[in-house]
Design a binder for this molecule. Structure first.
Ligand code: DAH
Length: 341
């Protein structure tokens, strides 16, 4: 009978040595040391033996039970320790790994273009002046020489806030603000900002876009100053070879008025799809500030003169970066926006 106990101890010990996690250890415990475990049952079976065999068997059974319990406790400690170490390893940070790069935001292409334009004009001594996006009808139209019902107002499809207040359709009303703020100083300013038009959204037109207005007011300002300024700008922005052409036009707030064209940056003037086979790209409207506008700004047109221009920033950015559809600018597609570094 005691041979059975030795065999049982050996088997239990061998199995215990194979146990490699806490779950398997618990199964082992139930199998041998649990209420119905083999060792427990062996100890209890002493009573059924012939009295003569009881002492020796009982002693050995208790010894086996004690040794297996001790071995179980020791194994439990080892496995618990291993578990802790595994958890620590899993949570460990390898400080030698390269860091993770955070996603980097970029400036919007309109902002980047605006900043390039600021750079070029501030080097020529222009200051940057900001004026409001919500304007009165008076500033957006009347003071710019467009009385109510003037047909030129049709050039701008307007968002009205109410009958007297509009979302500005161009940056030109800023001319009046800056003149009224600086009279009687001479002025060299650019006025950047958002403009709004109630337009059909197409490849070429958006509800909201940016313009930069330019205004110079002084005692001896001539059309030659306007030409020189525009040529310098175009060559800084689009390359030193650029040629400009000043084509007669009409704006109510300038006299004379011109459209400023630049030789096509794609074909150099030969004619291509970008310039619609004309060889020229329109980049701005401009002219000499109309006497009525000077007077509305507080400057006597008999003493003062000035030039002004206005250009669309998305248009400039489209030409510069070969972008074919203005709607990309404000549709917030990162595949588009991420291309401008
Ligand atoms: N305000 C005009 C527009 O939005 C652009 C413009 C033309 C501005 C001629 C000017 C200018 O200052 O002189 O269409």
């Amino acid at each position: 009978m005691t041979a059975d106990l030795h065999e049982l101890e050996q088997r239990a010990s061998a199995e215990l040595a194979q146990v490699s996690d806490l779950q398997a250890l618990e199964q082992w415990r139930l199998r041998y040391l649990g209420k119905k475990g083999e060792v427990t049952l062996a100890v209890r079976s002493v009573g059924q033996l012939p009295p003569a065999e009881r002492p020796a068997y009982g002693k050995l059974a208790n010894e086996v039970k004690g040794r297996l319990e001790a071995a179980y406790e020791a194994r439990l400690e080892v496995l618990k320790q291993e578990e802790v170490e595994r958890a620590l390893r899993a949570a460990a940070v390898d400080v030698t790994l390269p860091g993770r790069r955070p996603a980097v935001g970029r400036l919007h292409p309109s902002t980047q273009t605006l900043r390039e334009i600021y750079h070029i004009f501030t080097q020529m001594g222009f200051q940057i002046y900001r004026s409001r996006e919500v304007e009165t009808d008076e500033y957006n139209f009347e003071l710019l020489n467009m009385p109510p019902h003037h047909p030129a107002r049709d050039m701008w499809d307007t968002f009205y806030i109410n009958k007297d207040v509009v979302m500005r359709t161009h940056t030109s009303p800023g001319q009046i603000h800056v003149m009224r703020a600086y009279y009687p100083e001479p002025i060299r300013a650019i006025l950047p900002g958002k403009c709004y038009r109630y337009e059909q959204v197409t490849v070429r037109s958006e509800h909201m876009f940016h313009q930069v207005e330019g205004l110079a007011v002084g005692k001896h300002i001539t059309m030659a100053d306007l030409k020189g300024t525009m040529i310098h700008f175009a060559r800084q922005m689009f390359g030193p070879e650029r040629k400009l052409r000043f084509r007669c036009s009409h704006f109510p707030f300038t006299e004379p008025s011109v459209e400023v064209d630049m030789d096509c940056i794609l074909c150099g003037g030969k004619g291509c799809s970008l310039c619609k086979h004309t060889g020229w790209l329109e980049i701005a409207g401009a002219g000499m500030v109309h006497p009525v506008v000077l007077r509305n700004g507080g400057y006597d047109p008999n003493e003062w003169s000035g030039f002004a221009f206005g250009m669309g920033i998305e248009r400039i950015a489209m030409l510069k970066n070969h972008i074919e559809d203005i709607r990309y600018f404000f549709s917030n597609d990162l595949r588009f926006l991420g291309q401008f570094h």
